[in-house]
Design a protein around this ligand. Sequence first.
Ligand SMILES: Cc1cc2nc3c(=O)[nH]c(=O)nc-3n(C[C@H](O)[C@H](O)[C@H](O)COP(=O)(O)OP(=O)(O)OC[C@H]3O[C@@H](n4cnc5c(N)ncnc54)[C@H](O)[C@@H]3O)c2cc1C
Length: 380
Amino acid sequence: MNGARSRLRTEVAIVGGGLVGCSTALHLARRRVPCVLLEAERCGAHASGVNYGGVRQQGRALAELPLAGRARRIWGRLERLVGGDGEFRATGHLRLARDEAEAAALEGWIREAARYGVHGELLSREALRARFPWLGEGFAAGSFSADDGQANPRLVAPLFARAARSEGATILEGRTVVAIERAPPGFVLRAEPELELEARVLVNAAGAWGTRIARLLGEELPSEPIAPNMLVSEPLPFRIEPNLGMAGPGIYLRQVPDGSVIFGGGRGTVDLERRRCRPSFATSLATIGEACRVVPELARASIIRTWAGIEGRTPDDLPIIGPSPRMAGLFHAFGFSGHGFMLAPAVGAVLAELILDGHSATSLAGLEPARFAPGSAAAA
Ligand SMILES: Cc1cc2nc3c(=O)[nH]c(=O)nc-3n(C[C@H](O)[C@H](O)[C@H](O)COP(=O)(O)OP(=O)(O)OC[C@H]3O[C@@H](n4cnc5c(N)ncnc54)[C@H](O)[C@@H]3O)c2cc1C
């Protein structure tokens, strides 16, 4: 590689300054491990900074619950960890069933999740109406998880980046990793503009670009880019306390204390090469229609902004987290499939344990990269 470039050496290199990369840098730095994070743009510029802001365990796949439980505990002490609460509030999360089949699915999930210590309360049609009078007609049942909530995504990744820096991590923004070579026992990364970084351990936290970073080292881990479509309304009187979602596919919606209603559903378009995405007008119209059926009062408000964000989605809708099945020193954490904002504070903690201790008490069963290794069931 080019000798004229500035050359750095560290213990752990992290590619990607979303919440996953920043959380990893923070947890490593707290254990006094030298690490350098390379971010192509600004920390939190992509999914981590523009997402919906939902912080929920309810409805998560069971394989994610050990990680989600740990993440929820970290969300509750964010102020102490990163010097700000990221506007996290435990407002509760309400999941709505449109028919009896969805109601049965809610009930089944509550039963299963209880084994992981996650509590949900099943609400009848009548209980829903009494407790949330602003809801539209036609919901067969709901489930309420009091422990869940919401936060402001604009704030959280920069808070983690700042805390990581103050603990001693090196965070370099505006550095795009363009090549990686295996240089046993570690790796050499080349980033633009002009940097070479030597590291013993490499963490791929490149979000929707994670598959591409893995491919630079000859590793095939599948994810496709998607662009969840988001909208925000002008302020309405504050009434909607919980974060809302559907039992099946559909919209998600929350109201922030200034009265604006943030909601999303469906997809926009994405160009991974140019690192850009766009909301879709047709998707936005359909989402507005559905949101007004869920909260009829929303029909009185104008929409003031629409946007989308770039996310990586895996074939089984579960993130890829853990050691590479074939290359010592390489760890992946990407493909969060719409769940990574909630999980990321714990993902960094678990990665730091795997890197430094070789194990973590938090189970990653069902999430590890090895499930996509050639010959395994998920790879077929
Ligand atoms: C619109 C939207 C709504 C969502 N809503 C929720 C929600 O309510 N709750 C929830 O839990 N999750 C939600 N998600 C998912 C969540 O935002 C993501 O799973 C999470 O932010 C992923 O974090 P990350 O750090 O892996 O990725 P990112 O935040 O995308 O960060 C990856 C970073 O890697 C950088 N990078 C990529 N390639 C390179 C390279 N070659 N060199 C250097 N840097 C590179 C990128 O610039 C980027 O900043 C949503 C996502 C979107 C898009």
